[in-house]
Design a protein around this ligand. Structure first.
Ligand code: ATP
Length: 435
């Protein structure tokens, strides 16, 4: 058995897509009877990596083709398809002789794959490991693509949770033109497949999320928990001709990029799951972005080390109706917040309400005249200047809250590839899924 890892073939302006290159390699292997292909992995790596073109994807092909042949074919396809005229496209190929169905990848390669999803790695890290294991490799440009290619080799053993994407490709002479996809048929197919098939559309925004807007070869990509169901949903979509299609096994929709952290120890360029307490009123700033500060949970509640640091969390304009959830937060609410930290700000992907503030203290009103009482001085309670009535403390009032306990998420139109939709289940509290 042979595992072929590839990465970094596309350009934001010129198009292409590494899934397409992988599908082409798989197709050639089958066509020329060089081997069977047991699966194609579409692995989403750390979404915070600055070198990514779009979704930081790396691909692996599991085949019983002979290693030399698989290497030669993959290299030929990469050389011919990768958009290397864009100097930011740095394709990489790594080929390993191992059987993912019976053997596990070496421990350090498995660790490398995990680190590629949550952390930052160097080209030298990849080179040293490729040499150490005697893997065949090829690259162009600075060879950065070998990081993703090597991670794709270790991913099958590094990860336990997998989902599916069924990608349909356009005829090459249509690339770059407007996609002809029947809007209604996408919504009907999405209804048919939900909830096993998710993020196909965004009902709130009336958007066909499975149809990209970029100039590349993808017509649509249908994601879900069930291989047969994603394929059926794709088949039910009416569109221009589909030139080819391929099922990918993927870590999309799994939240595997998130690591548990604490507010005081987060680093830029990584994604976290953090416990905190709302420390500022949510504020909508220019552009419609919503910001709210979190501080460690109140001392004595166990989760915090008492550090007074605050972390600003953001729901940017593209997260649409999710911003209303963030605006509904109040100082003192207890949360678990998830997202990537960038420039010291956590870009919210989802949050769980753990404990809502249910009452607020209000300035007392005079029981005789009904007017608002005034402060009688520091720690001296309140007094009605007209009637002379006094009270020692501010009374509490029940608050009406729009939020409930449990998880809230960005809508499908704003979902990161790797982020887990709430509809997939397995969360530790009630969920409020968007669809
Ligand atoms: P493509 O379809 O071309 O794969 P993309 O959006 O997936 O597009 P790439 O063009 O692959 O992005 O760019 C990501 C680059 O960053 C690749 O060269 C990859 O090897 C590298 N990379 C991925 N993960 C990491 C990481 N954790 N640390 C450092 N570099 C990484």
């Amino acid at each position: 058995m042979t595992v072929v890892g590839i990465d970094d073939t596309d350009s934001r302006e010129l198009g292409m897509c590494t899934t397409y290159v992988a599908a082409e390699i798989a197709e050639r292997l089958r066509q020329d009877d060089w081997g069977t292909v047991s699966r194609l992995l579409l692995v989403r790596l750390n979404p915070a990596v600055e070198y990514k073109t779009r979704g930081n994807a790396a691909l692996a092909i599991h085949t019983d083709c002979d290693l030399d042949r698989a290497y030669a074919l993959a290299r030929e396809r990469l050389e011919s398809l990768a958009e290397t005229t864009d100097e930011r496209t740095n394709p990489g190929l790594v080929v390993a002789a191992h059987d993912p169905n019976t053997d596990t990848a070496p421990d350090d390669v498995v660790r490398f794959a995990r680190a590629a999803i949550r952390d930052h790695l160097s080209i030298a890290d990849a080179e040293a490991m490729i040499d150490r294991h005697g893997y065949r490799s090829w690259y162009a440009g600075d060879g950065r693509g070998r990081i993703g290619a090597l991670a794709a080799i270790g991913a099958w053993d590094a990860l336990a949770e997998w989902t599916y994407e069924y990608i349909s490709y356009r005829e090459p002479d249509r690339w770059g033109t407007t996609r002809e996809v029947d809007h209604e048929s996408v919504f009907a197919a999405a209804d048919w497949g939900y909830p096993a098939v998710w993020d196909t559309v965004d009902r709130g925004e009336d958007e066909t999320v499975c149809v990209p807007h970029t100039p590349g070869p993808i017509l649509h990509g249908v994601r879900g928990d069930d291989a047969a169901a994603v394929r059926t949903v794709a088949d039910r979509i009416e569109s221009e001709p589909v030139a080819a299609s391929q099922l990918f096994v993927t870590n999309q929709g799994t939240d595997v990029h998130l690591q548990d952290g604490s507010l005081s120890t987060v680093d830029d360029g990584r994604a976290y799951r953090l416990e905190g307490q709302v420390a500022s009123e949510p504020e909508t700033r220019r552009g419609g972005h919503v910001f709210v500060d979190l501080e460690p949970p109140a001392a004595g509640d166990g989760a915090a080390d008492g550090a007074p640091e605050r972390l600003t969390c953001a729901a940017f304009e593209p997260t649409k109706r999710f911003r209303d959830r963030v605006r509904a937060l109040r100082v003192g609410d207890r949360l678990t917040a998830c997202g990537e930290v960038s420039d010291g700000t956590l870009k919210l992907e989802k949050f769980a309400v753990r404990d809502l503030v249910r009452t607020e203290r209000v300035t007392p009103t005079c029981p005789d005249c009904g007017r608002t009482m005034k402060s009688a001085g520091r720690n001296q309670g309140y007094r009605c200047r007209d009637c002379g009535t006094a009270t020692a403390e501010k009374p509490t009032r029940e608050l009406e809250r729009e939020l409930e306990d449990g998880w809230y998420e960005v809508p499908p139109c704003a979902r990161r590839h790797i982020a887990k939709p709430l509809v997939r289940g397995g969360f530790d509290a009630p969920t409020h899924p968007e669809r």
